[in-house]
Design a protein. Structure first.
Length: 309
C-alpha cells in the first residue's frame, strides 16, 4: 500500500491522508525523478520534503517544489509537486575552480554530500587529469563530468537519494510475462539511427583521427553511422570509444510494457521477458518506471533496455 509522509519547514512530519492521484516518473535518462500527488485537504505549514512508501519501503524521497491548497466545486485538496534529491544538485551552482587528479570521494564531499546524497558501495576512484569547473556549472554537471571522465558512464542518484557513479545496476531480477509480472500492452522499438558503426580516435595533439574502433555487429547489419573522438586529454581512449558504441546500442532498442501493478523501486533491476511475440529474453534491465494512479485505477509503464556490459 502506498502512503506519503510530509515534512514541513519546522521539521514536523505529517502522515498524509489517502492518495487521490499520484504520478511518479523515474527514468535513468533524467537526473531528477518527479512526483505529483493529490490528497484531501490537509492543513500544513510550508512543506519542505515528501517521502513515498510502498508498505514500509521508501520508493521516493524528494524536495517539495510546489504546493497548492485548492478549493473547488468538487472538494478541497492539497496538491504537491516534488523532485528527488538530485534536484538540489541541478538547482545549485558550483564554485568555479579546477582540480588536478580529482577523486570520487572529493567530488562527492563537495558536490553531493552537502545536499543529503548517500554514496553507494562503489569505492573510490581517481581521474588522472584536470577537471575544470566553469562559471555557471551546476553541481550535477560537475559530478556528471567526473563520472564521464573516470568511468565513461553517466551517474545516477536514485529516487531515494543514493549516488551510483556508474548508474544503477541491482542484483535483483524482475520477470515479466509467463510466471512473472503480467502486462496488458507491449511495444518493441528498434532505432537503427541510434547505433554507431565506428569511432575514430585521436590520442595525441600531433596525431589525427586514425585509430578506428569498429562495431562489427552493426556494420554487418548495414549500419553506417560514424563518430570522431578527441581523446587527447582522456585517460582511457579505448574505453571511451567502447562506451560511445555501447550507449548507441542501448538507445537503439527498447521494450515498453504497461503493467497493472506498482513497480516503483525496480529501476536498475535485471529483467527477463517471456512473450508469445518476442520469445524469451534475458539480456534486459529496467531503465524507467512511470507510475500512474487515479480513482479509475493504477498502472506502471516500464521501459526495458538491453544490457551492454
Amino acid at each position: 500500500m502506498l502512503r506519503c509522509v510530509l515534512q514541513d519547514v519546522e521539521g514536523q512530519t505529517i502522515l498524509l491522508p489517502q492518495l487521490l492521484k499520484l504520478n511518479v516518473n523515474i527514468d535513468e535518462g533524467v537526473p531528477a525523478d518527479s512526483l505529483y500527488a493529490v490528497f484531501p485537504y490537509t492543513p500544513t505549514a510550508e512543506s519542505a520534503k515528501i517521502t513515498l512508501y510502498d508498505d514500509e519501503k521508501p520508493v521516493f524521497d524528494g524536495v517539495v517544489d510546489e504546493e497548492e491548497h485548492a478549493r473547488g466545486a468538487d472538494g478541497d485538496y492539497l496538491k504537491i509537486s516534488a523532485r528527488s534529491i538530485a534536484a538540489r544538485l541541478l538547482d545549485n551552482e558550483a564554485q568555479p575552480c579546477s582540480y588536478d587528479h580529482p577523486s570520487l570521494s572529493l567530488i562527492y564531499e563537495r558536490y553531493a554530500r552537502p545536499f543529503g546524497v548517500i554514496p553507494d558501495n562503489s569505492g573510490d576512484a581517481v581521474f588522472f587529469g584536470e577537471q575544470s569547473v566553469p562559471k555557471g556549472a551546476s553541481c550535477w554537471r560537475v559530478l556528471k563530468q567526473f563520472c564521464n571522465a573516470c568511468y565513461s558512464s553517466v551517474p545516477r542518484i536514485s529516487s531515494v537519494g543514493v549516488l551510483h557513479p556508474k548508474g544503477i545496476r541491482r542484483d535483483s531480477v524482475t520477470a515479466f510475462g509467463a510466471g512473472g509480472v503480467p502486462y496488458i500492452a507491449l511495444h518493441e522499438v528498434k532505432k537503427r539511427c541510434e547505433e554507431i558503426s565506428a569511432v575514430y580516435v585521436k590520442t595525441s595533439n600531433a596525431g589525427s583521427y586514425t585509430l578506428p574502433i569498429r562495431n562489427a555487429e552493426a556494420q554487418g547489419r548495414g549500419i553506417r553511422r560514424e563518430r570522431y573522438l578527441n581523446a587527447v586529454l582522456t585517460e582511457s581512449p579505448m574505453r571511451c570509444a567502447d562506451a560511445m558504441i555501447a550507449n548507441g546500442k542501448k538507445k537503439a532498442y527498447a521494450v515498453r510494457l504497461r503493467c497493472p501493478s506498482c513497480l516503483l523501486g525496480r529501476e536498475g533491476d535485471s529483467a527477463t521477458l517471456d512473450d508469445p511475440l518476442l520469445g524469451t529474453r534475458d539480456d534486459l534491465y529496467i531503465s524507467a518506471v512511470h507510475y500512474r494512479m487515479t480513482k479509475d485505477g493504477a498502472y506502471s509503464d516500464v521501459v526495458l533496455k538491453r544490457r551492454t556490459g
